[in-house]
Design a protein around this ligand. Structure first.
Ligand SMILES: *Cc1c(COP(=O)(O)O)cnc(C)c1O
Length: 445
């Protein structure tokens, strides 16, 4: 048994983890799907629970020695049921995509019709996009958003009537408005489809009362646990009362699809950490956090617009902002992402509705406030950050993406070199570091 510390056994990885910690500590993390877990969540993640095999479910395992694993999994399940107001919960999916795959396995045969929000319109790969298993193994119909950024119900309804999908997804990865659970439920109920709400991005907001709940409208709810919910990387599948009324066997179908249908042994250390995160989320402090995430996003959106940036849908209802950079140039997302990174601000390039460019060279960037809010930042900091972001993006205005592939490579190389030496960006990076020091993450104050 090797009892040495990581520092003593693997200097290379130890150093890399330290560098990553520094990056997180002294930069502004503004990718909307990311967050910072508590020490308690990390402690559970790094516990001896990782050593166990426990295929099956509490009380029905294929391996011995699961007395305490059963206790932890049952605690996690009960906490999910209470927090999300659902009848049944499966806490074993390895992550969001495998959770969604298990839902398909529970409900659909290969090549049956399913419907979801298109990826370039903010939807997720697993909701039927052509390069994903969900688009390859099923007959996937995609609905879209209108130019104002809101979901096009007219289109969704007529597609549903025409194609009669077995399953309809509501939920997305780059949607700045509240998810219309009620409206999509009406469409699903009309055609007899299962409505699955994928609340991966807004789960923490829902639990904290800062976004409407899906539990009265959807039959099934899936979510990741590592985004606004602020837990470890994992996922949940929930069956609602409405789901059980439609199909009394739905809970068993979901459990069978997760194991043995799609997965083997659950990640027990993750499940223990999910339980810890759910307890943290069941608190007045977390409610305050969820509301502050939204208040911060609104303040940041306003500041960006005041500084001349165009936003998809002209603002936000949640934790997420989509900047439309087409006024600078189509396909400009990559320039903005790189310049912001040089300034110590991490975001991701993203398509905008009806993007005139391509998914690899999209015309927007996606910005989020969950991680910064965890650090304790509020509206005042958002205003400062909005000014820095606008100034950083301004530094990219003279670079235009050429149509020709080889020319693109050349220009991007030149851009990256110049951006590294850019004085404005260097100054912002220094200022960012000073701000971060005032809101320590894992470092001591
Ligand atoms: C993030 C996300 C997922 C997938 O989660 P992974 O853990 O990355 O597999 C699924 N659906 C939506 C809407 C998401 O935003």
């Amino acid at each position: 048994m090797n009892r040495k510390k990581l520092k003593e056994t693997d200097a290379e990885i130890f150093k890399t983890i330290r560098e990553e910690l520094k990056r997180q500590e002294y930069g502004l993390e503004m990718i909307p799907s990311e967050n910072f877990v508590s020490r308690a969540v990390m402690e559970a993640m790094g516990s001896v629970m990782t050593n166990k095999y426990s295929e099956g479910y509490p009380g029905k395992r294929y391996y011995g020695g699961n007395e305490f694993i059963d206790i932890a999994e049952n605690i996690a399940i009960e906490r999910v049921k209470k927090l999300f107001n659902v009848a049944h919960a499966n806490v074993q999916p390895y992550s969001g995509s495998p959770a969604n795959a298990a839902v398909y396995l529970a409900l659909c045969k290969p090549h049956e019709v399913i419907m979801g929000q298109s990826l370039p319109d903010g939807g997720h790969l697993t909701h039927g996009w052509k390069t994903s298993f969900s688009g390859l193994f099923f007959n996937a119909i995609q609905y879209h958003v209108k130019t104002d950024g809101y979901i096009d119900f007219e289109e969704a309804r007529s597609l549903a009537r025409e194609h009669k999908p077995k399953l309809i997804w509501v939920g997305a990865s780059a949607y700045v408005r509240s998810f219309p659970f009620r409206e999509m439920a009406e469409i699903a109920d009309e055609v007899g489809a299962y409505l699955v709400a994928d609340i991966a991005h807004v789960a923490g907001l829902i639990v904290g009362g800062a976004h409407p709940s899906a539990s009265e409208h959807a039959h099934i709810i899936t979510t990741t646990t590592h985004k606004t919910l602020r837990g470890p990387r994992g996922a949940l599948i929930m069956v609602t009362e409405k789901g059980l009324r439609k199909d009394p066997e739905l809970a068993e179908k979901i459990d069978k699809a997760v194991f043995p249908g799609f997965q083997g042994g659950p990640h027990d250390h993750t499940i223990a950490a999910i339980a810890v995160a759910l307890q943290e989320a069941d608190s007045p402090e977390f409610k305050e956090y969820a509301h502050q995430v939204v208040a911060n996003a609104k303040a940041l959106a306003q500041e960006l617009m005041d500084n001349g940036l165009k936003l998809v849908s002209g603002g936000t209802d949640n934790h997420l902002i989509l900047a439309d950079l087409t006024p600078i140039q189509k396909g400009h997302g990559v320039f903005a992402q790189e310049a912001l990174e040089a300034a110590g601000i991490t975001v991701n390039k993203n398509t905008i509705p009806q993007d005139p460019s391509s998914p690899f060279y999209p015309s927007g960037i996606r910005i989020g406030t969950p991680a910064l809010t965890t650090r304790g930042m509020k509206e005042e900091e958002m205003k400062q950050i909005g000014k820095w972001m606008a100034a950083a993006i301004n530094e990219t205005a003279k670079y235009k993406l050429p149509e020709e592939k080889e020319e693109r490579k050349e220009l991007l190389k030149k851009f990256k070199n110049e951006i590294k030496r850019n004085k404005t960006l260097k100054q912002i990076k220094k200022d960012v570091k000073e701000l971060c020091k005032r809101f320590p993450l894992y470092a001591k104050k």
